[in-house]
Write a new protein. Structure first.
Length: 188
């Protein structure tokens, strides 16, 4: 596996190896010992799987507040997404900045979104399936969201706003400036 820090160094692009032959391929997409030797240590407790039937489905920007904050390892098994991680750790030198990566079944890359980040993605193809491992279970009481189009982030979503498919929760999510700091300094 290859681990590449992104423009916000806590966000990591992880590239598992694929071994292909005439039958197809085999890949170890998560192997604790291999990643620990590269300095990546995390205990996953839940796997999530989403299917988006249309291109332009936008899910996010979501997070869970401490003490139920989640780190996520995101990958695509069918289709393509633009995956986005936004630093919402108050006091961080990269607060309010984001990383955006295209993840696809073809490129086989994964994105590590650490605790203290809001996460979202938009599907770039119909029938896209996204799998992600998390290091804390879902906690409805800690669930939070930020507007996908908050101008402070400057995210360049590749689908026009009037073509996006959003949940009601994501449609009415507040801007970051309109909520108490989800990750006060030192909490993530």
């Amino acid at each position: 596996m290859i681990i590449t820090p992104q423009s916000i160094p806590d966000v990591l692009l992880i590239e598992p190896k694929r071994f292909s032959d005439a039958r197809g391929f085999f890949s170890e997409v998560w192997k604790r010992s291999a990643l620990e030797t590269l300095g990546f240590e995390v205990d996953f407790v839940q796997d999530n799987h989403s299917l988006s039937r249309q291109a332009g489905v936008l899910r996010g920007l979501h997070f869970q507040r401490p003490p139920s904050a989640q780190g996520k390892l995101v990958r695509v098994v069918r289709g393509r997404i633009l995956d986005v991680a936004v630093d919402i750790r108050e006091g961080s030198p990269t607060y309010g900045q984001h990383v955006a990566c295209e993840l696809s079944a073809e490129n086989w890359q994964q994105l590590w979104v650490p605790r203290g980040f809001a996460h979202g993605f938009v599907t770039l193809e119909a029938d896209t399936e996204v799998l992600y491992k998390v290091d804390a279970e879902y906690d409805a009481a800690a669930d939070g969201g930020i507007a996908w189009n908050d101008p402070v982030f400057g995210i360049d979503w590749p689908i026009p706003a009037d073509e996006l498919v959003l949940s009601e929760k994501d449609r009415v999510a507040p801007r970051l400036a309109d909520i108490p700091a989800p990750f006060p300094a030192g909490s993530a």
